[in-house]
Design a protein around this ligand. Structure first.
Ligand code: SAH
Ligand code: SF4
Length: 369
C-alpha cells in the first residue's frame, strides 16, 4: 500500500508495520505518542495530530503544516476516521433526540441527546446489550452481545456533536457526558477509560472531567480498578435499595458484589480520582418507595458526600414494575432532603420517543396503555 501523501518515505519494512484497519479514535494521546515513538517519529507530533483532528476536524494529514513527512505518511496510510453510522433519528417535543447507530458489524446501539436550557447532555452507550440483567432495565433483558470499542464510544459523541452543530446551530455545544445508555461501563473498563482520556485530553476535545459521569450498577472488578486507573470523572452508583434482598432482586450481581463491599471501595476513592458520587435511586411502586426505604437510604448516606438522584421507573413493554404516584415520589424526596442530603428528581425526558433510561432499543416493541 503506497502512501496517499506524494512524498514517499514508506519503505516495505515501514509499511508492513501499519495496520490498515486502525481507527484514529482508538488512541488516547499517550498511546498515540507511544505509537509514533515506535515508528521513530517524534512523539510531540501527537499534539499536532490531536489538535488537527479533534479541534479542527481535519482528516487529510498531507496538508498539515509542521507535521513531518514520515508522520504524514504513517497517518494517511495507516489510520481511518470512520464513525458509527446514524441510521435513525427521533426528536421529541421536549427537544430530546435519540440516535440509532449502526456499528461495523451492523449491530446497533442508541445515544441520547438531552437538552437543558439550550445546553446538552449526551448519554452514551458502552456495550451492545448488557450482561448484568437488571430486572427493571430493557437493555438487561437482551443479555450482552458485545463490548463497544473505544472508537465506537468516541464516534457516538463526535457524530452527535456534528449533528448538533448542523441542526441546532444557535444552541450551546454539548456540556455533559453521562455513561447511562446501554451497557455497564465498568464491565468494558479499558475501552471506556480510553474514550474518557480522549474526551478530556487538553490537546483534543478538552472536555471538563467534572462534566463527565460514569454510572455503574456496582461491578466490583471495575470499581477496584477505578482508584488506580480512571481519570478523575464523576461516579454514579445505581443504588435502588439499601436492603440487599431487594437490591439483589433488582440487580442480580448484588448477590456476588453486595453493597457492603461496594460502598467502602467507592468511599475510598480519593478526591482527585473522582469528583462527586451520585447515588441513583430508581423508584418502583410498592417495591422500594416506602417511608422505611427512604429513611434507611438517608441513614446510610448521612455524613457521606453523597448526592442522590431519584429516578421514577420508566416502563417498557413487558416490564413487571410500575412508576409510583407523584405523591409517593415527593414524599420520598422530602425524607432524603430532611436529612440534609442533596437530592434531585430526574424529570423524565424523551418518554415520547422511548429515549428515557431503561427504554433504549425498545422501538420495535409497543408500550401498553
Ligand atoms: N449500567 C449502568 C449505566 C447504564 S443504566 C448502570 O446500571 O448504572 C443508567 C441508569 O438508568 C441506571 O441508574 C439504571 O438503573 C437506570 N435505568 C435502567 N432501566 C431503567 C428504567 N426502566 N427506568 C428508569 N431508570 C432505569
Ligand atoms: Fe445493564 Fe445498567 Fe441496565 Fe443493569 S441497569 S442491565 S447494569 S444497563
Amino acid at each position: 500500500m503506497l502512501s496517499r501523501c506524494w512524498t514517499l518515505f514508506v519503505g516495505p519494512h515501514f509499511s508492513k508495520k501499519i495496520n490498515l484497519e486502525t481507527s484514529f479514535y482508538k488512541y488516547s494521546f499517550k498511546k498515540l505518542q507511544n505509537l509514533l515513538a515506535d515508528q521513530d517519529i517524534n512523539p510531540d507530533q501527537a499534539r499536532l495530530l490531536y489538535n488537527w483532528h479533534y479541534k479542527k476536524n481535519q482528516t487529510d494529514p498531507c496538508s498539515l503544516f509542521g507535521l513531518s513527512d514520515k508522520a504524514k505518511n504513517y497517518i494517511s496510510s495507516g489510520f481511518h476516521f470512520k464513525r458509527p453510522e446514524i441510521i435513525e433519528i427521533k426528536e421529541s417535543d421536549d427537544g430530546t433526540v435519540k440516535f440509532l447507530f449502526s456499528l461495523k458489524d451492523q449491530k446497533t446501539v442508541e445515544t441520547v441527546l438531552i437538552p437543558f436550557n439550550k445546553k446538552y447532555t449526551v448519554c452514551l452507550s458502552s456495550q451492545v446489550g448488557c450482561a448484568m440483567k437488571c430486572a427493571f432495565c430493557f437493555t438487561g433483558t437482551q443479555g450482552l452481545s458485545r463490548h463497544l470499542e473505544t472508537d465506537e464510544i468516541v464516534g457516538q459523541f463526535l457524530e452527535v456533536q456534528t449533528w448538533l452543530t448542523k441542526n441546532r446551530p444557535l444552541d450551546d455545544i454539548i456540556l455533559n457526558i453521562v455513561f447511562m445508555g446501554q451497557g455497564e461501563p465498568l464491565h468494558n473498563f479499558d475501552s471506556v477509560k480510553e474514550a474518557l482520556e480522549i474526551f478530556i485530553s487538553q490537546y483534543g476535545l478538552s472536555l471538563a472531567d467534572h462534566k463527565i459521569t460514569v454510572s455503574t450498577s456496582g461491578y466490583l472488578p471495575g470499581l477496584k480498578r477505578w482508584k488506580a486507573e480512571m481519570p478523575s470523572v464523576n461516579i454514579a452508583l445505581s443504588l435502588h435499595s439499601v436492603f440487599d434482598e431487594k437490591r439483589s432482586r433488582l440487580i442480580p450481581i448484588n448477590t456476588k458484589y453486595p453493597l457492603s463491599e461496594i460502598i467502602p471501595i467507592i468511599e475510598s476513592i480519593p478526591e482527585g480520582k473522582k469528583r462527586f458520587v451520585t447515588y441513583e435511586y430508581l423508584l418502583i411502586e410498592g417495591f422500594n418507595d416506602s417511608e422505611e426505604d427512604a429513611l434507611a437510604t438517608a441513614q446510610m448516606l448521612t455524613n457521606t458526600k453523597a448526592f442522590v438522584n431519584l429516578i421514577p421507573f420508566n416502563p417498557f413493554p413487558g416490564s413487571e414494575f410500575k412508576r409510583p404516584t407523584k405523591e409517593k415520589i415527593e414524599a420520598f424526596y422530602r425524607i432524603i432532603q430532611s436529612h440534609r442530603i442533596p437530592v434531585t428528581l430526574r424529570t423524565t425526558k424523551g418518554d415520547q420517543i422511548l429515549a428515557a433510561c431503561g427504554q433504549l432499543n425498545t422501538n420495535h416493541l409497543k408500550l401498553k396503555g
